[in-house]
Design a protein. Structure first.
Length: 161
């Protein structure tokens, strides 16, 4: 079971890297810094992409930056998405940040590790307008340290012609 879980995490990381490396600039990308004291459990970071093309497919990602001092191998997120017509969806997402060996998954630079986590692939937005994403951490710590940035990225899927 543990090997299957590791395989799934590696496959997800590779798939996300391939999708991103072959894509155009993101349709929407916004990252916000976490307060220096840490990420309070009740603090939600909000993102509001404007969707006008409801016929297109999109890939939705979370971008995360953590330090090498982050004490866990993953990060749980509580995600609430509200559509322009007021319909709300809530998800709990596990974001793998390290392999079972303890090695960080993300791309490293200056003691930080950048991760791009695939959230939804080939997502179609049914209604045009502004979508609101609220992201909170779902870890047991009331004050989560060593996560420095959280973001939302949306790429438009290129049609294969």
């Amino acid at each position: 079971m543990k090997n299957m879980r590791t395989f799934f995490f590696l496959l997800t990381a590779v798939l996300a890297a391939v999708l991103i490396s072959c894509s155009e600039p993101p349709f929407y990308a916004e990252s916000k810094p976490i307060e220096k004291e840490g990420w309070q459990a009740e603090k939600a970071y909000q993102y509001s992409p404007e969707i006008t093309d409801t016929t297109a497919l999109y890939n939705v990602f979370f971008t995360l930056r953590n330090t090498g001092e982050y004490p866990y191998s993953n990060l749980w997120l509580f995600v609430t998405r509200t559509s322009p017509n007021g319909i709300t969806d809530t998800d709990t997402i596990e974001c793998p940040l390290a392999y079972n060996s303890g090695k960080w998954i993300g791309k490293s630079a200056g003691g930080f590790y950048d991760n791009i986590i695939l959230y939804q692939q080939n997502q179609r937005f049914k209604t045009s307008g502004t979508y609101t994403y609220n992201i909170q951490h779902g870890m047991r710590d009331s004050l989560l340290k060593d996560v420095s940035d959280i973001g939302l990225r949306i790429d438009k899927v290129k049609a294969n012609n």
